[in-house]
Design a protein around this ligand. Structure first.
Ligand code: NAP
Ligand code: MG
Length: 452
């Protein structure tokens, strides 16, 4: 039995489009076609595979306005963000377009012959995408997977399928052969779960909640299926008294409220050294109140709505601690929430410990370096974080002390397509992006050739 889903614009609550969902039989069909396409895609000469990926990148660039507009309408992303996201897909494709000719093996000294290694593609790779960054997260999986010679089946989140569907069409326009890159809108429990159970899917790339990630890990064990997990976060923005407090305060709203806080890297814990607390809060309040929450179509918008009524209610339930101050938000239709700053009573409070995934941040004081590190590490998560200090030695000590995958010092930016990204602890397994991501889309084969 086939189903469908009404995509809602979160800024207006209007229905944008009805999207048909694949059922189990249709999912099996696409997976089998992707497995057939793998037999020819893996044989495509490296230079030709590279050319096709460059062509795909160019076609995405040619359609960046259209893709961005789709994301604004489907996901409520601000225009500036949506343009960055479309460009991120093109850039990620272009970066990995350089890979096919550079998938080097090794030649290892042995007696009696030659020993070489090959990086073989895995087969069909299943990419499962969440709703918060539909375009970039999809490409972080499919670009290196395709470059390494795999074919891809990709399931967008139910809420946000529109850009993924369009990317599937653009791949064909770019000349990527039929069956190589397949987009399958549908339910996580049907399409996503079939990626886990279908023996022809050799690897799963999952980005989403830690709870679903654990279920997928259990499921993948049955076939010892390769798996990359990018899960939740509860990252710290640590501000030492010797830092440029004004700069740290000016950047702190964007570090957590960007994409309405629906960002696994959101710095949703702010730790401020006691002697700088008043100074920081004064500047931070000005910055939060100036943060522009408005129609995401506007060039000036810094934050749009949250994705759904369900997410809105969930995020609201965290506002049960003393509120320091709030920003503003439009009224009327749409899932609008004002940026909210909480002062939790202690480190056991829900808002301090749980990933909220909305525009809510919690602030606490610390006394010294050791306490800052201990507070940041007091979490099952470890994805990103920021450290603000003018002391280079302290910056190094604290960054080495925090159990997290992507840190920035005197900055809040930690995602670049050419540097590795991923989590410690329950924030994930494996790394995406950067030069080494190809290792997780290939299997090493060792071949000994005798002199005889
Ligand atoms: P989610 O519920 O875990 O869903 C993520 C994806 O998995 C969706 O496509 C979903 O499909 C699918 N899915 C759900 N149940 C499944 C199952 N049993 N088997 C296979 N697939 C299944 O997460 P979300 O609510 O979309 O996103 C929010 C969460 O994602 C947050 O916790 C956030 O931190 C995390 N996240 C992490 C990163 C990162 O890079 N570390 C990035 C983004 C988001 P449906 O849409 O049909 O439910
Ligand atoms: Mg979910």
């Amino acid at each position: 039995m086939s189903t469908s889903y009404d995509v809602i614009n979160p800024a207006t609550e209007q229905i944008v489009k009805n999207v048909a969902h694949l059922d189990l039989a249709a999912t099996n069909d696409v997976i089998e076609k992707a497995a057939q396409a793998f037999q020819t895609w893996r044989q495509v000469a490296p230079g030709e595979r590279a050319r096709l990926l460059r062509s795909f990148s160019q076609v995405v660039t040619d359609h960046r306005e259209e893709l961005a507009q789709l994301e604004i309408t489907n996901s409520g992303h601000t225009r500036a963000n949506a343009m960055w996201e479309a460009d991120n897909v093109a850039n990620t494709l272009m970066y990995y377009a350089a890979a096919p000719e550079r998938l080097f093996g090794r030649q290892i000294p042995v007696a009696g012959g030659v020993d070489v290694t090959f990086k073989e593609p895995l087969g069909v790779v299943g990419v499962i995408v969440p709703w918060n960054f539909p375009m970039p997260i999809a490409s972080w999986g499919f670009a290196p997977a395709l470059a390494a010679g795999n074919t891809v089946v990709l399931k967008p989140a139910e809420y946000t399928p529109l850009t993924a569907i369009r990317l599937g069409e653009l791949a064909l326009i770019a000349g990527i052969p039929q069956g190589v890159f397949n987009v399958l809108p549908g339910k996580g429990s049907v399409v996503g779960n079939r990626f886990v159970t279908h023996p022809l899917v050799r690897k799963v790339v999952f980005t989403g909640s830690t709870s679903v990630g654990k279920q997928i890990m259990i499921g993948c064990a049955d076939q010892v299926k390769r798996l990359t997990l990018e899960l939740g976060g509860k990252s710290s923005n640590i501000i030492f008294a010797d830092a440029d407090i004004e700069k740290a305060a000016a950047g702190a709203p964007g570090a957590v409220f960007d994409n309405a806080g629906q960002d696994c890297c959101a710095r949703s814990r702010i730790l401020v050294q006691r002697s700088a607390f008043d100074r920081f809060m004064e500047s931070f309040e000005i910055a939060v109140k100036a943060f522009r929450v408005e129609d995401p179509n506007l060039d000036t918008a810094q934050m749009g709505p949250v994705i759904s009524k369900r997410q809105f209610d969930l995020v609201e339930s965290y506002v049960d601690e003393p509120v320091a101050f709030k920003g503003s938000a439009p009224s009327g239709p749409g899932y609008w929430m004002a940026p909210t700053v909480l002062l939790p009573k202690n480190t056991q409070s829900r808002s301090w410990r749980e990933e909220i995934f909305g525009p809510v941040v919690s602030v606490m004081v610390f006394e010294d370096e050791a306490q800052a590190i201990a507070m940041a590490n007091d979490s099952e998560y470890g994805l990103s974080g920021s450290i603000w200090t003018r002391d280079v030695g302290r910056a190094l000590r604290v960054s080495r002390g925090i159990d997290t995958g992507a840190l920035s010092i005197n900055s809040n930016s930690s995602v670049r397509f050419w540097t590795p990204f991923g989590g410690f602890k329950q924030s994930g397994l494996g790394r995406e992006l950067g030069p080494d991501a190809l290792d997780s889309f290939t299997e090493v084969k060792n071949v000994f050739i005798s002199n005889d």
